[in-house]
Design a protein around this ligand. Structure first.
Ligand code: FES
Length: 97
C-alpha cells in the first residue's frame, strides 16, 4: 500500500497524494488546485509558495533555482510544483499564472 501525504491549499482544500511521485503526475486537469503548462520546469505556470512543510520536498535543481530567482524572488519559499516529490504533508499557495 503506497504511503500518502496531505496537500493543503491556502483555501483549506485538502488532497491526499502518494509520496515520492511527482505532483504533476498526480494532479489532473479536472480537480487540480495548481495549473500546469510545460510540466518540465521552464514555463513557471505551476509556481507555488510553500506555506508549510518545505522540509518534506525534494531539493530544487540549479535550473529550478534560476527560474525561481527570476519569477518569485519576493516569495519566502517558492517552488515549481511540476518538479516536486513530497515525503510528508505540505501546505501551498498557488501563485502561478
Ligand atoms: S508546468 Fe511549466 S514550470 Fe511547471
Amino acid at each position: 500500500m503506497p504511503k500518502t501525504f496531505q496537500l493543503e491549499t491556502k483555501d483549506n482544500e485538502t488532497i491526499e497524494l502518494e509520496m515520492g511521485i511527482n505532483l504533476s503526475k498526480q494532479l489532473d486537469a479536472t480537480h487540480s488546485p495548481i495549473l500546469f503548462g510545460c510540466r518540465t520546469g521552464i514555463c513557471g505556470t505551476c509556481l507555488v509558495n510553500i506555506l508549510r512543510g518545505h522540509e518534506h520536498l525534494t531539493p530544487a535543481s540549479d535550473d529550478e533555482l534560476e527560474l525561481l530567482e527570476i519569477m518569485a524572488d519576493d516569495q519566502s519559499h517558492p517552488r515549481l510544483a511540476c518538479q516536486l516529490k513530497c515525503s510528508g504533508d505540505i501546505s501551498i499557495e498557488y501563485i502561478g499564472k
